[in-house]
Design a protein around this ligand. Structure first.
Ligand code: FAD
Length: 384
């Protein structure tokens, strides 16, 4: 239903990722969700397919590519395993791409190729116990020392942190400067005074790891700072703006999977002597799901198209995330409903979609923060 908007290269990419997901990722998703084990085979599979090079500069091992292609990949991954999709986004969008975009030639040469090859894993750490939505209020400090900085503070809910080798960490050099005092620092695993503790008990996305990172006087060389002093917050926000299209695509993939599972179940399940798909009450739920998925898909790929054309896309990326995450939550809810009692139990994928979908309304800017961004952009547009 979407083919007319994709070119030949997009279709080839989607076909290859779809095959990988259907054959390898989706069949293992329930087991990984249940065990909470990190899906190393999915990570290696993505690396072998070259997916970690998408949108990354060719000079350092990447293959370039468009925001639309990144959205295609994330949508397909999330259709099979939403946790694998968030591992991908944290690794590529928020770590590799930030280094590729803002790094010096030396930093890119050193850090990007192993991330693209999947020999190393990336993570991005902004959130702290005392600051999430109000990210500019972060309290991790980067105190100047001879040749660099000493990091002190705690980061929370960091995707991939438990396995990652390369971290992009946001820390303040002067808290009185608020957002203009924040640096983005590349920190390597096993840095002195850095303790990573896995956080258990997530509602969904269980195959992705989430961890707390505590820094206690951790030394980071000055040459690991991304860009000039004080630009870290701006870099993080720019990174998040772009990666929001991918989180919207992730929500879309979950919604698509929920919709497909509901349609398939409704066609098999019998009640009152007929398929439940023949009841109008069920058909209307299916129609709502299908329409929501289609509308979300247009928002996601339209935001990606704006970005690919170098046009302003921030408002549209936030709209896509706000809308697609709501559609994912509603579609997963309807999928559970259509499955009846079966839907309330694992391993019916519907209950996993239900738990996974919720995260897309929280991370990379909650739905309330998306509304704030959209409102700000609308009001600014009106001033012009
Ligand atoms: C599974 C998972 C993975 C994550 N991965 C990462 C990661 O890799 N790196 C990272 O840095 N962070 C990560 N996060 C953190 C995530 O980005 C934050 O949880 C999110 O930004 C919300 O921040 P908070 O939890 O501190 O909530 P708070 O900011 O405390 O918000 C609490 C509630 O208040 C609302 N609220 C806040 N401000 C306003 C306002 N101005 N108007 C209206 N409502 C408001 C929020 O929308 C929310 O509903 C992850 C989180 C999860 C759940």
């Amino acid at each position: 239903m979407f083919e007319h908007m994709l070119n030949e290269e997009d279709l080839l990419l989607r076909g290859a990722v779809r095959e990988f997901v259907d054959q390898q990722v989706a069949p293992r998703a329930a087991a990984y969700d249940e065990s909470g084990e990190f899906p190393w085979d999915n990570f290696r599979g993505m690396a072998e397919m070259g997916l970690f090079g998408l949108t990354i500069g060719e000079e350092f091992g990447g293959q370039g590519g468009t925001a639309r292609q990144a959205a295609i990949v994330v949508e397909e991954l999330a259709r099979g395993c939403a946790a694998t999709a968030v591992i991908y986004v944290a690794h590529i969008s928020l770590c590799t791409r930030l280094i590729d975009l803002y790094g010096t030639r030396g930093q890119r040469e050193r850090f990007v190729p192993p991330l693209v090859a999947g020999e190393k894993m990336g993570a991005f750490a902004l959130t702290e116990p005392g600051s999430g939505s109000d990210a500019g209020a972060l309290s991790t400090t980067a105190t100047k020392i001879d040749g660099g900085y000493a990091l002190n503070g705690t980061k929370l809910f960091i995707t991939n942190a438990n396995e990652a080798d390369t971290f992009v960490i946001m820390a303040s050099i002067d808290r009185s400067l608020r957002t203009r005092g924040i640096n983005a620092l590349i920190v390597e695993r096993d840095t002195e005074g850095m303790v990573i503790t896995p956080q258990h008990g997530k509602m969904g996305m269980r195959a992705s790891s989430t961890a707390e990172i505590v820094f206690d006087g951790s030394p980071v060389p000055e040459e690991n700072r991304l860009g000039p002093e004080g630009l870290g917050f701006k870099q993080a926000m720019e990174g998040l703006n772009a990666s929001r299209i991918e989180i919207a695509a992730q929500a879309l993939g979950i919604a698509q999977a929920a919709y497909e599972s509901a349609v398939s179940y409704a066609q098999q399940r019998q009640a009152f002597g007929q398929r439940i798909a023949d009841f109008q009450g069920i058909q209307w739920m299916i129609v709502e799901m299908a329409t929501g998925v289609e509308a979300a898909r247009h928002l996601v790929y339209s935001a990606a198209a704006l970005k690919d054309r170098g046009l302003p896309f921030v408002k549209e990326a936030s709209m896509a995330k706000l809308y697609a995450s709501r559609v994912a939550v509603e579609a997963a809810d309807r999928a559970v409903q259509i499955h009846g009692g079966t839907g309330y139990f694992a391993p019916t994928p519907a209950e996993r979609y239900y738990r996974d979908a919720k995260a897309t309304e929280i991370y990379e800017g909650s739905s309330e923060i998306q509304r704030l961004i959209i409102a700000r952009n609308i009001l600014e547009d009106m001033k012009r």
